[in-house]
Design a protein around this ligand. Structure first.
Ligand SMILES: *Cc1c(COP(=O)(O)O)cnc(C)c1O
Length: 400
């Protein structure tokens, strides 16, 4: 059996998105910035995509939607715009979480080198930030709060409407990296007081290499790519119309089917959680309820996540240990350690990210194989032996 359970790393193109991509590649090859007929036909496709995206997140106006090369670029542009735009007003402080995606954390580090001060809030043990901490972190000179909608590794959903309300009250810009949330959780940028929001096509069954930055009217974006005047002068480069049109229909498809997809995926997630619970000295990471419908992140003491992952792959089960972006380094996940999970437990963690294409049969197969693989690696692990002999102390309780 083959089971794809790594949808937080990337999803497969849906049939609707694929059909749209092919249709545009075949029929809309003009440059939307050209004034002739072919250019203008292509421009219409782009306008339509912008309107669809705006509708999915309840943006007031389609001109608040900017297309980028992905979630990373949208994150970079949001932070750089807020920081550089407000610096000459004396604002030089930024607030974020220590469990954000590296597209946020590395951009923050870059801004620190430019003289900005960054507060990295630590979430509670369930992976969710305390809104009091957000409130207390905001200062007179705070330019921006950037807090992710939902975490890509352990799925915790942050209190976005509450944070939006605080930022509005304190007149601080609020950006959220909604790459994992878009098409999976309801998003309303107006009701949630979100000023800027990032999304990525390939995380909701659209193509890779296209993303979206929503920026409320009135926010002055700074270019991260210089050149032509595409995207209202804020993102240079000939626009990838087929990719964008395909991403827009994928987003709409996900939003239109959100209720039914969510309840199906949640049931699969909870079946997997139930099935792994009896493995001793193992635990679910992240809030059990306020988590992405498809996310299961589990730590097993005494084993290496990478070994488990590779062995599960032999059985056809594709999952991840930590996020795909960090899986080439053997450092423990900054997300798990950032929320206070001991390094020993973080090393033995696996992430399953499920989707509506998964089945109950697949979940039961994952449960069976995880049990046997954990047992196998523990039986070969000197570390596990030390735990058994009491030479080392357990950091996860025997039972959840
Ligand atoms: C995948 C991901 C990104 C990066 O998006 P790309 O389109 O791959 O650049 C950013 N943030 C989060 C939370 C993600 O999961």
């Amino acid at each position: 059996m083959r089971v794809y359970a790594d949808n937080a790393a990337t999803t497969y193109l849906s049939k609707t998105a694929r059909d749209k991509l092919i249709e545009c590649l075949d029929n809309f090859n003009g440059n939307p910035n050209s004034l002739h007929t072919d250019g203008q036909r292509t421009q219409e496709v782009l306008d339509e995509a912008r309107a669809i995206v705006a509708g999915c997140i309840n943006a007031k106006n389609p001109n608040e939607i900017y297309f980028t090369s992905g979630g990373s670029e949208a994150d970079n542009q949001a932070l750089i715009s807020a920081a550089r735009g407000l610096r000459n007003k004396g604002k030089k402080h930024l607030v974020t979480l220590n469990i954000e995606h590296h597209a946020i954390l590395h951009t923050m580090a870059k801004l620190e080198k430019e003289g900005f001060e960054v507060t990295y809030l630590k979430p509670q043990p369930n992976g969710i930030v305390d809104i009091e901490d957000v409130k207390n972190a905001i200062r007179e000179d705070t330019a921006l709060v950037s807090i992710m909608f939902a975490n890509n590794e352990m799925g915790a959903i942050q209190p976005i409407p509450e944070i939006g309300a605080i930022c509005k009250e304190k007149h601080v810009l609020f950006h959220t990296d909604a790459v994992q949330a878009a098409a999976h959780l309801p998003i309303d940028v107006q009701a949630m007081n979100i000023d800027m929001l990032s999304m990525s096509g390939h995380k909701f069954h659209g193509p890779k290499g296209v993303g979206i930055l929503y920026a409320r009217n009135g926010i002055r974006l700074t270019n991260v790519i210089e050149g032509g005047a595409q995207e209202r002068g804020k993102r240079a480069g000939t626009v990838n119309v087929p990719g964008i049109a395909s991403m827009a229909v994928a987003l709409k498809e996900g939003c239109d089917n959100m209720e039914q997809n969510m309840s199906k995926v949640r049931a699969l997630r909870d079946r997997l959680i139930e099935g792994l619970k009896d493995i001793p000295y193992s635990q679910l990471n992240g809030d059990p309820v306020k988590r992405l419908p498809g996310n299961v992140n589990w730590s097993f003491e005494g084993v290496e996540g990478e070994s488990l992952l590779l062995h599960l792959d032999l059985y056809g089960i594709e999952c991840s240990s930590g996020s795909a972006c960090t899986s080439e380094s053997l450092d423990p996940s900054h997300v798990l350690t950032g929320m206070g999970i001991p390094v020993e437990a973080a090393h033995g963690s696996l992430r399953f990210s499920l989707d509506y294409e998964n089945t109950e049969e697949q979940i039961d197969y994952i449960i069976e194989k995880v049990h046997s693989v954990v047992e196998l690696y523990r039986s070969m692990s000197p570390y596990w032996e030390d735990l058994q002999n009491g030479i080392r102390e357990h950091c996860i309780p025997e039972h959840m």
